[in-house]
Design a protein around this ligand. Structure first.
Ligand code: ZN
Length: 278
Protein backbone atom coordinates (compact mmCIF):
# COMPACT_ATOMS: atom_id res chain seq x y z
CA UNK A 1 0.00 0.00 0.00
CA UNK A 2 1.18 3.50 -0.75
CA UNK A 3 2.03 5.71 2.19
CA UNK A 4 2.23 9.46 2.53
CA UNK A 5 3.23 11.87 5.27
CA UNK A 6 1.79 15.27 6.07
CA UNK A 7 0.98 17.59 8.92
CA UNK A 8 -2.56 17.83 10.19
CA UNK A 9 -4.91 19.41 12.68
CA UNK A 10 -7.46 16.97 14.08
CA UNK A 11 -10.93 18.33 13.35
CA UNK A 12 -13.02 15.58 14.91
CA UNK A 13 -13.14 11.89 15.68
CA UNK A 14 -15.76 9.17 15.40
CA UNK A 15 -15.90 5.81 17.07
CA UNK A 16 -15.45 2.82 14.85
CA UNK A 17 -16.23 -0.59 16.31
CA UNK A 18 -14.77 -1.53 19.68
CA UNK A 19 -11.30 -0.10 19.58
CA UNK A 20 -10.84 2.16 16.57
CA UNK A 21 -11.64 5.71 15.60
CA UNK A 22 -12.05 7.53 12.33
CA UNK A 23 -10.08 10.74 12.62
CA UNK A 24 -10.81 13.72 10.37
CA UNK A 25 -7.84 16.04 9.85
CA UNK A 26 -7.13 19.23 7.94
CA UNK A 27 -3.81 18.85 6.13
CA UNK A 28 -1.90 21.23 3.85
CA UNK A 29 -1.00 18.78 1.09
CA UNK A 30 -3.88 16.27 1.17
CA UNK A 31 -6.79 18.52 2.08
CA UNK A 32 -9.27 16.93 4.40
CA UNK A 33 -8.14 13.45 5.38
CA UNK A 34 -10.30 10.80 6.98
CA UNK A 35 -8.20 8.02 8.41
CA UNK A 36 -8.73 5.06 10.69
CA UNK A 37 -6.68 5.04 13.89
CA UNK A 38 -6.59 1.35 14.73
CA UNK A 39 -6.67 0.32 18.37
CA UNK A 40 -6.62 3.95 19.52
CA UNK A 41 -9.25 3.37 22.19
CA UNK A 42 -7.22 0.65 23.89
CA UNK A 43 -5.50 2.01 26.98
CA UNK A 44 -2.02 1.11 25.82
CA UNK A 45 -2.37 2.46 22.29
CA UNK A 46 0.63 4.48 21.17
CA UNK A 47 -1.77 6.66 19.18
CA UNK A 48 -3.94 7.76 22.09
CA UNK A 49 -3.56 11.33 23.26
CA UNK A 50 -2.08 12.34 19.92
CA UNK A 51 -5.24 12.31 17.86
CA UNK A 52 -7.65 14.32 19.99
CA UNK A 53 -9.52 17.15 18.25
CA UNK A 54 -7.42 20.34 17.99
CA UNK A 55 -4.05 18.59 18.19
CA UNK A 56 -1.53 19.63 15.53
CA UNK A 57 0.35 16.52 14.42
CA UNK A 58 2.79 15.17 11.91
CA UNK A 59 1.72 11.80 10.63
CA UNK A 60 2.18 9.03 8.17
CA UNK A 61 -0.78 7.24 6.61
CA UNK A 62 -1.43 4.31 4.34
CA UNK A 63 -3.60 5.32 1.45
CA UNK A 64 -6.88 3.41 1.40
CA UNK A 65 -9.64 3.27 -1.16
CA UNK A 66 -12.28 4.76 1.10
CA UNK A 67 -10.45 5.63 4.30
CA UNK A 68 -6.73 5.97 4.93
CA UNK A 69 -5.06 4.32 7.91
CA UNK A 70 -2.84 6.19 10.36
CA UNK A 71 0.47 4.35 10.70
CA UNK A 72 2.50 6.90 12.70
CA UNK A 73 1.67 10.13 14.44
CA UNK A 74 3.60 12.64 16.53
CA UNK A 75 2.02 15.60 18.28
CA UNK A 76 3.53 18.96 17.32
CA UNK A 77 1.24 21.20 19.40
CA UNK A 78 -1.50 20.30 21.90
CA UNK A 79 -2.81 23.86 22.44
CA UNK A 80 -3.18 23.27 26.16
CA UNK A 81 -4.09 26.85 27.03
CA UNK A 82 -7.05 26.68 24.66
CA UNK A 83 -8.22 23.36 26.11
CA UNK A 84 -8.05 24.73 29.62
CA UNK A 85 -10.21 27.79 28.95
CA UNK A 86 -13.97 27.47 28.51
CA UNK A 87 -14.06 30.81 26.68
CA UNK A 88 -11.48 29.77 24.13
CA UNK A 89 -12.79 26.25 23.47
CA UNK A 90 -15.91 27.33 21.53
CA UNK A 91 -13.81 29.69 19.39
CA UNK A 92 -11.46 26.84 18.47
CA UNK A 93 -14.34 24.42 17.90
CA UNK A 94 -16.04 26.90 15.59
CA UNK A 95 -12.86 27.26 13.51
CA UNK A 96 -12.42 23.48 13.31
CA UNK A 97 -16.06 22.96 12.34
CA UNK A 98 -16.00 25.59 9.61
CA UNK A 99 -12.76 24.20 8.14
CA UNK A 100 -14.31 20.73 8.25
CA UNK A 101 -17.22 21.99 6.14
CA UNK A 102 -15.09 23.97 3.70
CA UNK A 103 -12.14 21.62 3.13
CA UNK A 104 -12.27 19.02 0.39
CA UNK A 105 -10.79 15.56 0.60
CA UNK A 106 -7.51 15.17 -1.28
CA UNK A 107 -7.45 18.80 -2.42
CA UNK A 108 -4.28 20.51 -1.17
CA UNK A 109 -5.05 23.60 0.90
CA UNK A 110 -1.74 24.99 2.18
CA UNK A 111 -3.13 28.49 2.73
CA UNK A 112 -6.19 27.37 4.65
CA UNK A 113 -4.03 25.09 6.77
CA UNK A 114 -1.59 27.92 7.51
CA UNK A 115 -4.46 30.19 8.44
CA UNK A 116 -5.93 27.59 10.79
CA UNK A 117 -2.66 26.88 12.57
CA UNK A 118 -1.88 30.61 12.76
CA UNK A 119 -5.29 31.37 14.27
CA UNK A 120 -4.93 28.53 16.79
CA UNK A 121 -1.49 29.80 17.82
CA UNK A 122 -2.90 33.27 18.33
CA UNK A 123 -5.74 31.79 20.38
CA UNK A 124 -3.25 29.77 22.42
CA UNK A 125 -1.54 33.07 23.34
CA UNK A 126 -4.67 35.06 24.13
CA UNK A 127 -8.35 35.42 23.38
CA UNK A 128 -8.42 38.39 21.01
CA UNK A 129 -11.96 39.72 20.58
CA UNK A 130 -11.40 40.11 16.84
CA UNK A 131 -9.89 36.68 16.23
CA UNK A 132 -12.86 34.52 15.28
CA UNK A 133 -14.45 37.16 13.07
CA UNK A 134 -11.13 37.85 11.33
CA UNK A 135 -10.53 34.16 10.75
CA UNK A 136 -13.96 33.71 9.18
CA UNK A 137 -13.71 36.82 6.97
CA UNK A 138 -10.31 35.75 5.68
CA UNK A 139 -11.54 32.22 5.09
CA UNK A 140 -14.47 33.55 3.05
CA UNK A 141 -12.05 35.59 0.93
CA UNK A 142 -9.86 32.52 0.47
CA UNK A 143 -12.93 30.59 -0.67
CA UNK A 144 -13.70 33.30 -3.21
CA UNK A 145 -16.84 34.50 -1.45
CA UNK A 146 -15.42 37.44 0.47
CA UNK A 147 -17.70 40.43 1.00
CA UNK A 148 -17.75 43.60 -1.02
CA UNK A 149 -16.27 45.96 1.56
CA UNK A 150 -14.65 48.82 -0.38
CA UNK A 151 -17.80 49.71 -2.27
CA UNK A 152 -21.52 49.09 -2.07
CA UNK A 153 -22.43 45.54 -3.12
CA UNK A 154 -25.61 46.92 -4.68
CA UNK A 155 -24.68 49.99 -6.73
CA UNK A 156 -20.89 50.11 -6.48
CA UNK A 157 -20.83 53.54 -4.88
CA UNK A 158 -17.79 54.32 -2.73
CA UNK A 159 -19.83 56.22 -0.16
CA UNK A 160 -20.55 55.27 3.41
CA UNK A 161 -21.56 51.63 3.94
CA UNK A 162 -24.31 51.21 6.50
CA UNK A 163 -25.73 47.70 6.12
CA UNK A 164 -24.74 44.12 5.45
CA UNK A 165 -26.60 41.48 3.50
CA UNK A 166 -24.91 38.14 2.79
CA UNK A 167 -27.28 37.40 -0.10
CA UNK A 168 -26.36 40.72 -1.76
CA UNK A 169 -22.68 39.86 -1.45
CA UNK A 170 -21.56 42.27 1.22
CA UNK A 171 -21.93 45.79 2.56
CA UNK A 172 -24.46 48.29 1.25
CA UNK A 173 -24.80 52.06 1.03
CA UNK A 174 -27.63 54.13 2.46
CA UNK A 175 -29.78 53.97 -0.66
CA UNK A 176 -29.31 50.22 -1.24
CA UNK A 177 -29.44 49.22 2.42
CA UNK A 178 -31.16 46.02 3.46
CA UNK A 179 -30.35 43.21 5.87
CA UNK A 180 -28.42 44.16 9.00
CA UNK A 181 -27.58 47.73 9.99
CA UNK A 182 -23.82 48.06 10.54
CA UNK A 183 -21.76 50.62 12.45
CA UNK A 184 -19.03 52.58 10.64
CA UNK A 185 -16.41 51.24 13.07
CA UNK A 186 -17.38 47.67 12.22
CA UNK A 187 -16.94 48.35 8.52
CA UNK A 188 -13.51 49.86 9.08
CA UNK A 189 -12.46 46.97 11.34
CA UNK A 190 -13.35 44.43 8.65
CA UNK A 191 -11.64 46.59 6.00
CA UNK A 192 -8.54 46.60 8.19
CA UNK A 193 -8.61 42.79 8.59
CA UNK A 194 -8.97 42.25 4.84
CA UNK A 195 -6.35 44.75 3.76
CA UNK A 196 -3.28 43.54 5.62
CA UNK A 197 -4.07 45.03 9.02
CA UNK A 198 -4.81 41.78 10.84
CA UNK A 199 -2.17 42.23 13.53
CA UNK A 200 -3.45 45.57 14.72
CA UNK A 201 -7.07 44.37 14.45
CA UNK A 202 -6.20 41.53 16.81
CA UNK A 203 -4.84 44.04 19.33
CA UNK A 204 -8.16 45.85 19.60
CA UNK A 205 -9.97 45.67 22.92
CA UNK A 206 -13.50 44.25 22.97
CA UNK A 207 -15.98 46.70 21.49
CA UNK A 208 -19.27 46.86 19.67
CA UNK A 209 -17.27 46.67 16.44
CA UNK A 210 -15.42 43.45 17.34
CA UNK A 211 -18.68 41.79 18.43
CA UNK A 212 -20.54 42.95 15.34
CA UNK A 213 -17.72 41.95 12.98
CA UNK A 214 -17.82 38.44 14.45
CA UNK A 215 -21.61 38.21 14.31
CA UNK A 216 -21.69 39.30 10.65
CA UNK A 217 -18.82 36.94 9.77
CA UNK A 218 -20.81 34.08 11.25
CA UNK A 219 -23.91 35.15 9.30
CA UNK A 220 -21.92 35.28 6.06
CA UNK A 221 -20.24 31.94 6.79
CA UNK A 222 -23.52 30.19 7.52
CA UNK A 223 -25.04 31.75 4.42
CA UNK A 224 -22.24 30.43 2.21
CA UNK A 225 -22.09 27.03 3.90
CA UNK A 226 -25.87 26.88 3.75
CA UNK A 227 -25.84 25.41 7.21
CA UNK A 228 -25.71 26.36 10.84
CA UNK A 229 -22.33 26.25 12.52
CA UNK A 230 -23.24 24.31 15.63
CA UNK A 231 -20.13 25.10 17.66
CA UNK A 232 -20.82 28.81 17.41
CA UNK A 233 -24.10 28.45 19.27
CA UNK A 234 -22.94 26.22 22.04
CA UNK A 235 -21.39 28.64 24.53
CA UNK A 236 -24.25 28.33 27.01
CA UNK A 237 -24.28 24.56 26.78
CA UNK A 238 -20.58 24.33 27.52
CA UNK A 239 -20.62 26.50 30.60
CA UNK A 240 -23.54 24.62 32.12
CA UNK A 241 -22.75 21.10 31.05
CA UNK A 242 -18.97 21.13 30.98
CA UNK A 243 -17.34 18.63 28.68
CA UNK A 244 -20.42 16.44 28.63
CA UNK A 245 -22.11 19.14 26.60
CA UNK A 246 -19.87 18.26 23.68
CA UNK A 247 -21.65 15.05 22.88
CA UNK A 248 -22.55 15.40 19.23
CA UNK A 249 -25.05 12.58 19.38
CA UNK A 250 -27.05 14.24 22.16
CA UNK A 251 -27.54 17.38 20.10
CA UNK A 252 -31.01 17.99 18.81
CA UNK A 253 -29.50 19.42 15.65
CA UNK A 254 -28.16 16.21 14.19
CA UNK A 255 -29.45 16.68 10.67
CA UNK A 256 -26.07 17.89 9.49
CA UNK A 257 -23.93 15.23 11.07
CA UNK A 258 -21.66 13.70 8.53
CA UNK A 259 -21.50 9.97 9.04
CA UNK A 260 -19.21 7.56 7.35
CA UNK A 261 -21.42 5.50 5.09
CA UNK A 262 -21.38 1.80 5.67
CA UNK A 263 -18.54 1.85 8.16
CA UNK A 264 -20.62 1.57 11.32
CA UNK A 265 -18.88 4.66 12.66
CA UNK A 266 -20.69 7.01 14.97
CA UNK A 267 -19.91 10.52 16.05
CA UNK A 268 -18.13 10.22 19.34
CA UNK A 269 -19.95 11.21 22.49
CA UNK A 270 -18.03 13.85 24.41
CA UNK A 271 -15.31 13.85 21.82
CA UNK A 272 -15.25 17.60 21.37
CA UNK A 273 -12.20 18.67 23.28
CA UNK A 274 -11.51 16.46 26.25
CA UNK A 275 -8.69 17.68 28.46
CA UNK A 276 -5.55 15.78 27.66
CA UNK A 277 -4.81 12.81 29.86
CA UNK A 278 -1.09 13.44 29.82
ZN1 ZN B 1 -25.55 51.19 -3.07
Amino acid sequence: MATYSDEGVVLRTMRLGEADRIVTLATPEHGKVRAVAKGIRKTKSRLSGRLEPLTHVSMMCWRGRELDVVSQVEAIEHFKAIRGDLERVPVAMTMLEVVDHVALERHPMPEMFRMLVGALRTLEERLSPALLGSFLWKLLVLEGVGPSIDQCAGCGSKGELVAFDAGEGGFLCRSCRRGQAVGAETVSLIQQVLSGGLRSALDQPPSRATAEAERLAMLATEYHLDRRVRSAHRGAEISTAGWQGWSSTSSSDTAHDVRAPGTGAEEEAGAGLPPLAS
